[in-house]
Write a protein that binds this ligand. Sequence first.
Ligand code: UTP
Length: 303
Amino acid sequence: MSRFEVRKAVIPAAGLGTRFLPATKASPKEMLPLVDKPLIQYAVEEAVASGIEDIIIITGRGKRAIEDHFDRSLELEENLKGSGKAQLLSQMRHISTLANFCYVRQSEALGLGHAVLCAQRLIGDEPFAVILGDEVIDAPMPGLAQLIHAYKKRHGAILGVQEVPHQEVNRYGIVTPRRVSAGLHRVEGLIEKPSPSEAPSNLAVIGRYVLPPEIFSILRKTQPGKNGEIQLTDALRELAKKSPMFALEIQGQRYDAGDKLGFLIATVEFALKNPSLGPDFEEYLQNRMRSSGGRSTIRSRKA
Ligand code: UTP
C-alpha cells in the first residue's frame, strides 16, 4: 500500500446541534432525513464512493440511533422478509455492509478539533479524510474523491473549499489563498469565522478535508479558541506553517443542511430529484405558488 493511500475517514457527529433545537434535544442532528435517508448516510456513501474502507464516527450522549442505523436490524429484516418486501429488505441489509464502522465517544462537546483528535488511535500513522455530515455535496464526482485525487498528486493536506457570498464569510473557516492552478490554491493562512472586513478571501472550508497524521500532535497542543472550543481551523493554521497545505475548489452543489434554511433547500432539491416523488412534488410546488397569487417567490440561494 502506498503511504499516500487514504483508507480511513472520520465523521464527527458529537456536536449538540443547537441550531435545530428542539428537534435535536434527544435525537442526533445527523439522523435528520433528507427525503428518506439520514444526513449521515449521505456522508458515509460519499466516503465509500471515494474509496474509503474504514469509517470512524465520533459520537456522544444521545447519539445511539447512529450506531443502530449502521447495524443490522434483525426484527425489521424478519418483518420485511415475511411481508415479501424483498427490495426494501436488501436496501436495509446493504446499509450495514457499506464500510467497516468504528465508534469513538467524545465525552464532552469540546469542539471539532477535539472530536478529530478522538480518532487518533484508530487512524494511527496514515493520512485520513474528515467529512462533516451536515454539509451535503451533490456532485457527479464525489466531493471527497476530488480531494483524494488532488492529495495523491500534491501529498500535502487538502481542504475542500467553495466561494461563498462575502457577507456570509463569518459562518466559515476562510483561507488566505495563493493560486497554483485552476481551482487549486496554496493555503497561506486560515481564519475561523472572520467578519467580512477581516476576511482574506471568500473561499470557505466546506467540511471536507484530507489530512496527514501530523495534525494530531498539533491538535493535542491546541488551546480552546473561538466559542471556547478546540478548533480544527486553529490546528490547520499551525500545520500550514510546517508543511504544504492546499485548498481545492470542490465542483458540485453544496447544501448547508446543519442550518434550518439550508436543510429546507436541500430537502426540496433532493425531493425534486427523487424519481418516485419528484414529479408529484413539483406539481404541488407549482400549484402552491400559483395559489399564493405570485406573492411568494422561491429565492434561490447560491451556496
Ligand atoms: P457545528 O459547528 O455544526 O456544531 O459542528 P453542531 O453542534 O453540530 O451544531 P450547532 O452549530 O450547535 O447547531 C460541525 C461538526 O463538528 C461536529 C458536529 O457534530 C458537526 O458534524 N462536532 C462539533 C463534534 O463532533 N464535536 C464537537 O465538540 C463539536
